[in-house]
Ligand binder design. Sequence first.
Ligand code: SP5
Ligand code: ZN
Length: 347
Amino acid sequence: MLILQNDRHREHAGRHEMYRGRLVECVEVPERAELVLGELHRRGFARVERPAVRADMTVVESVHDLRYLAFLRQAWDHWIALDSANASFDILPSVWPNQGLRRDAPTQNFSAQVGRYAFDAGSPITRGTWDACLAGAASAIEAARRVASGSERGALVVTRPPGHHAGRDFFGGYCFLNNAALAAQTLRDAGHARVAILDVDYHHGNGTQSIFYRRADVLTVSIHGDPATEYPFYLGYADERGEGEGEGFNLNRPLPKGTAFDAWRRELDIALEAVARFGASALVVALGVDAYKADPISGFLLDSADFTTIGSLIASARLPTVFVLEGGYAVAEMGINVANVAEGFSL
Ligand code: SP5
Ligand code: ZN
């Protein structure tokens, strides 16, 4: 399996996220990716590449909104132009255009713009967020190209920040650009007529779902904590099946907090059956490992060994596969869990 690493991920390093009325330390930290790379190296995954840091903007602009991209690119400069003292603080929203307010209101006020594009107050924009995200996008696009050409059966993109909560024109859930969606679109552009995205992160991939919700060419399937009690709360229910041409091409499998691997694994079988029935010729896996039992912000009970099984069950789909790193916050164990998936897939 080919490993592609985002060399600029460290440039995104949020300090605080809003949680229960206070600013708490970010759980989505640079060490996460470092520990994954360290463990992959220890396990003998020797083919590690660092792709060009320039992403193909044609792909990025086909998945994301132009004005949203311009906002993200310029956000830090605008922030410090307001007040040079802002450099010591991350950008977080404090006002949102919901409940009857106009998202398209003709304001360029900076706070108004942040709130227009953010859906939570847990996803700080920092000085290096844009550069880190763009390099991550480049890694995901390159991985998809290598898999699409048939030169690799599988590729793993080790990147952060994650992507599956980011939509066409919004960020949140620690995500800004949707790397899995960029990989899927790249596979489509390379000639794969039907591409499936399987999201195994603990949290519902609301961004990915919304990007492809009206499309029949990309199937989105997600196994996640029931949004009735788990983040992101407002999407991810079983009755969301897609809309218009996309009807029938979104599958949500919410599971209660406390679910262990025997029940989780049955859902993976259902998800992989849906991928096979759809007739996908390529697969993108949104690989969060926060279903792990010791994850500090999640509620499933998977063991490290279960991730090896997940890797081998995904391999049994016999599809060219791009894995993209998403969540996972039990930092000490996350390298092991990701490497277990890679090993299970490669056996
Ligand atoms: C990619 C991904 O897994 N995103 C998850 C975003 C979840 N954000 C909300 C979590 C709320 C709990 N935060 C508590 C921090 C306490 N240290
Ligand atoms: Zn997650």
